[in-house]
Design a protein around this ligand. Structure first.
Ligand code: C5P
Length: 231
């Protein structure tokens, strides 16, 4: 089989402060989700795309369908949203699954293709990564400094993350069975080290345009990038 894509878009967008679900926030006249799904389509890697939408939503569901994707109601956390999307794909045996944040709406299609290519070549878990630009310091619970971490050994992790479909299902099921707090699961690849030890998580170069639109400043940056692309 081909690839399936899971685009998680059920976040509330509280930190963005627009008073609407983040995936609906307009960017250059179109909702964030439209940009994200356009990127997935342009990459040409996914046969089926499942989109998690906030409970009670109708607008994002309609948009997903108009883009040829299948909406499903998301959960209270990102991890629970991913599980609901995987349940929709339960009858399928895709070669691989790409899990992508809708909030990384300007991710270049080449990044999606690079992740999918690596899975097709046999990798069971693949993440796009970028260098960390800030100096990073570890602190204790009271905020007291414990020292600087060697930045050269650190990478920030983006999406899409690519997986062997059976592995992704298995590690989510294992995390659920272990009673792991879903709110503490910030991405899918971290479940591989936790529940499939010995399975390597491979990295490919990410891209600075694949940043996650989280705070108001991120939206300004995304707007500027879109305007630049129009020139
Ligand atoms: O909250 P955070 O920025 O980590 O969210 C990352 C992605 O996960 C976003 O695209 C968001 O829409 C999605 N998400 C979701 N369901 C939730 C929370 C977040 O699909 N309950």
């Amino acid at each position: 089989g081909g690839f399936a894509a899971v685009v998680v878009a059920a976040g509330s967008g509280t930190r963005l402060g627009h008073g609407m679900p983040k995936a609906l926030v307009p960017l250059g006249g179109r909702p964030l989700l439209a940009h994200a799904l356009e990127g997935v389509r342009a990459a040409g890697v996914a046969g089926r795309t499942v989109v998690t939408v906030p409970a009670g939503d109708t607008e994002l569901s309609a948009l997903a369908r108009a883009c040829g994707a299948e909406p499903v109601e998301g959960g209270a956390t990102r991890a629970e949203s991913v599980r609901r999307a995987l349940a929709v794909l339960a009858g399928e045996r895709p070669a691989g699954v790409l899990v992508h944040d809708a909030a990384r709406c300007l991710t270049p299609p080449a990044v999606l293709r690079a992740v999918a290519d690596r899975v097709r070549a046999g990798a069971r878990a693949v993440v796009p990564v970028v260098p960390v630009v800030d100096t990073v310091r570890r602190v204790d619970d009271d905020g007291r400094s414990l020292g600087t971490v060697d930045r050269s050994a650190l990478r920030a992790v983006q999406t899409p993350q690519g997986f062997d479909a059976a592995l992704l299902r298995a590690v989510h099921a294992a995390a659920e069975a272990a009673g792991t707090d879903p709110a503490a699961i910030t991405d899918d690849a971290s479940l591989v080290e936790a529940h499939a030890p010995g399975t390597p998580v491979e990295t490919v170069p990410g891209h600075e345009h694949a940043f996650k639109v989280t705070r108001p400043l991120d939206l300004l940056l995304a707007q500027a990038l879109l305007e630049q692309a129009r020139d």
